[in-house]
Design a protein. Structure first.
Length: 540
């Protein structure tokens, strides 16, 4: 096995997709990685070094030629958040016209440029050749080249590269099509083949450029007959008379045309995800105006939005109201409203960025649109503003999220782990237990924890999931920024109950399933009202 590791040091990857200049390339194409290694090789050609330096440089060429002859690699790369791309007007580096145009402040010929980039969930990427076995000389030469690579893509895309230790063998998330038996195509990536290094050398045109400056330097000092001989040699080699203003031979931008289709490596690393009763295609409403509210205001927000939905949807179907025509509670899953809070970040404070509607899977798209269109859209088909009155908290305005790159908390896959699912989940809003534990935590904490874990496992089964393999219970969430499960200044208020009914206990939970789960995962008796919302965990 042979593998190369790449770490994006700034947390962002800036490289333009070769087929769409307005999008960022992700994951990095194997062809781009090879070109970065080749650039490090060409740019460090020894000029005045001795035989050892030249031998090391030749060894790097041999290693690159070995690498280009290997079959396309698999790769391991996380998902990435894409940012909106804006045109930036940049003055070109030219000397035409008035010399004042050299000064950026006086330039008037600015040209539009785009600098697309993404923020990967994990900054490390691995290219993996499972069957490749390099010699120690090739491995050492490629390690030297990796240490010379400082960027991948745009000059702001700083990276660290290394040859992966075979003892730390990574598994590929994606492999070339044809190796997993008819899976759906996920990516088409540029790859390299035999002769790529020579092609890049020809495009770089390094020898001609060196010869141009060599003759130019000689003519600066030559006189008489020697100067005429140099001029004749220059014209013979470059097809034009020598003059000081003559531009050197160009280096052409290389274009890699060899591509390969890649598929998700389900056979080795990913099983089909199990699903809950709720559709993973959440309808996300972003907050536009109003006070900044924390997740502890979930009940007020959800109650106000539910009222707005029922006002705009008359008659209200059972899958929205949660009640049968005779007023009895519905026996089928119905609409759930989720608070989308700012959690799982270094500076997360749990404030609400938006709300989401989770619709039961069995509801047909036509029925969904018929019931919700008057709430979500104006008469002209544009997203409508939804105003919620929250009493003393003030008034908040929401609208259907349609930005190309919304904040991570407003992206449905953040909460659903779609399409491939996640094995580990933890609650952001506390789970309200479906029944009262008989054990007393003050007298027997172990028995109480075991009983609560059984209640939580039953809640998972109630929404169509298997029982978790592992369950942990606490008052504090595993997600940074989420309020604690107990009432108080830094906690969640208890979920309101019917008049005269006792308050139910609420806890934060951590769950690990044997199979990957695709959410949303909503647990407990408050699952339709924003309580018991779980989010996938990226770390064990």
């Amino acid at each position: 096995m042979f593998a190369l590791g790449i770490d994006y040091l700034t947390g962002y990857a800036a490289a333009t997709d070769p087929w769409n200049r307005s999008q960022a390339e992700w994951p990095p194409h194997p062809g781009r990685v090879f070109m970065a290694l080749a650039a490090a090789y060409f740019e460090t050609k020894p000029v005045n070094g001795g035989p050892d330096a030249r031998a090391a440089w030749d060894a790097e060429a041999d290693a690159l030629r070995w690498l280009e002859e290997q079959p396309p690699p698999g790769f391991s790369a996380s998902e990435a958040d894409r940012r909106s791309v804006l045109d930036v007007y940049v003055p070109p580096n030219d000397m035409a016209g008035n010399k004042r145009t050299v000064i950026p402040a006086f330039r008037t010929n600015r040209q539009p440029r785009t600098f697309p980039r993404v923020r990967p969930h994990s900054t490390e990427v691995f290219l993996i050749w499972p069957e490749a076995e390099p010699t120690e000389a090739h491995r050492a030469a490629l390690q030297c080249l990796c240490e010379k690579v400082i960027r991948l893509g745009h000059s702001s895309s700083f990276v660290r590269m290394w040859v992966v230790d075979p003892a730390n063998r990574p598994l590929p998330d994606y492999v070339p099509a044809g190796e997993t038996g008819g899976a759906a195509i996920m990516h088409r990536l540029r790859v390299v083949g035999p002769g790529t290094l020579r092609y890049l050398d020809d495009q770089f045109n390094g020898e001609a450029i060196e010869r141009f400056f060599e003759l130019a330097a000689e003519m600066q000092t030559a006189r008489g007959k020697a100067r005429k001989e140099h001029q004749a040699a220059f014209e013979s080699e470059f097809g034009a008379p020598w003059k000081r203003s003559l531009d050197p031979p160009p280096s052409l931008r290389p274009v890699l045309t060899l591509t390969r289709e890649y598929v998700r490596n389900d056979a080795m690393k990913q099983r089909a995800a199990l699903t809950t009763w709720f559709d993973s295609n959440l309808l996300v409403l972003a907050q536009l105006e109003g006070p900044i509210l924390g997740l502890e205001s979930t009940w007020q927000l959800v109650t106000a939005l539910r009222g707005a939905i029922e006002t705009h949807c008359q008659p209200t179907p059972e899958w929205i109201s949660g009640h049968q025509p005779d007023g009895k509670p519905s026996e089928s899953p119905h609409l759930a409203i989720l608070p989308l809070g700012f959690v799982d970040s270094q500076h997360a404070d749990g404030h609400v960025l938006g709300l989401a509607l989770a619709i039961p899977r069995q509801i047909a798209p036509r029925d969904r649109g018929k019931a919700l269109r008057h709430l979500l859209y104006n008469a002209n088909g544009t997203p409508a503003e939804i105003t919620l009155t929250l009493g003393k908290a003030g008034i908040c305005t929401f609208r259907l999220e349609e930005r190309a790159s919304p904040p991570r908390a407003l992206q449905p896959e953040t909460w659903t782990a779609a399409p491939h699912g996640a094995n580990t989940w933890a609650s952001v809003s506390p789970v309200v237990l479906d029944r009262h534990p008989k054990s007393d935590p003050a007298n027997d904490r172990g028995a109480w924890t075991a009983e609560v874990a059984e209640i939580v496992a039953s809640s998972c089964e109630r929404i169509g999931l298997p029982r978790p393999d592992e369950i942990d219970i606490d008052k504090t969430s595993w997600h940074r920024g989420a309020p604690r499960a107990k009432p108080g200044p830094d906690g969640y208020p208890l979920m309101p109950q019917r008049p005269g009914g006792p308050n139910r206990r609420q806890v934060h939970v951590w769950l690990r399933f044997k199979e990957p789960i695709r959410g949303p995962v909503l647990l407990g008796s408050g699952r339709y009202r924003g309580y018991g919302l779980c989010r996938p965990m990226e770390a064990p």
